[in-house]
Write a protein that binds this ligand. Sequence first.
Ligand code: NDP
Length: 246
Amino acid sequence: MSSRVALVTGGTGGIGTSICKRLADMGHRVATNYRSEEKARAWQQKMQAEGYDIVVVPGDVGSPEAAQALVKGVEEKLGPVEILVNNAGITRDTTFHRMTPEQWHEVINTNLNSVFNVTRPVIEGMRERKWGRVIQISSINGLKGQYGQANYAAAKAGMHGFTISLARENAKLGITVNTVSPGYVATDMVMAVPEEVRAKIVADIPTGRLGKPEEIAYAVGFLVADEAAWITGSNLDINGGHHMGW
Ligand code: NDP
């Protein structure tokens, strides 16, 4: 297995941390971004204590300039980015009739515009080297919609539209582009949902529990493997059976 350079955005979060570890366990050299230096240093030290050497570089993925600087920073430290996992994301939940322009734009910018901002500076290099893996971390709610999440569902559905177009444009160049759509995973994002709402969600999941971040990371590891070269333009649902489609 080749050792590749991987950039995981939002790597300090619940799912992102597991993705960083999984890719590092596979022998890849992994970097992530941060907005708060203090938080990033604490996270990096925790990773080091667990035996992981993850590079952290500043970068707000909602800004094209900052994303460009992020990619440049990773390339200076590790070399050209060969695996990109667009994982950074936020929620600003409220019903649409109450939603402010700020709540709409913040979610679209962080979850969807970020995908342009970070992928654009890496795609040309992947095309030249004729190898690449780009993975969008979307959401079950981009597929089925969710009360109070018109902004988030629009962004997450948009990510897969991006995936299937980029997959077509780059299929002949050894680059695969895929989406992973997690269901409800026990991270801070989901634990912030009121307990009674969470209990209702769990009652609706056929496996009877929330997902674990490692279960999402496993899928990312699967998709980045050399053997996954013929999987492109796909969406992988990982949701304990919460939403089944075909
Ligand atoms: P967390 O809130 O735990 O982590 C989110 C990460 O994204 C953090 O590292 C955060 O950094 C980073 N981030 C947020 N905004 C920006 C920004 N503008 N620039 C750079 N980094 C940013 O979320 P999860 O781990 O739960 O979610 C990860 C992804 O999975 C998201 O895209 C989410 O939508 C998706 N998802 C999650 C589900 C779940 O059940 N948890 C279900 C389905 C999808 P900082 O600390 O600086 O804020």
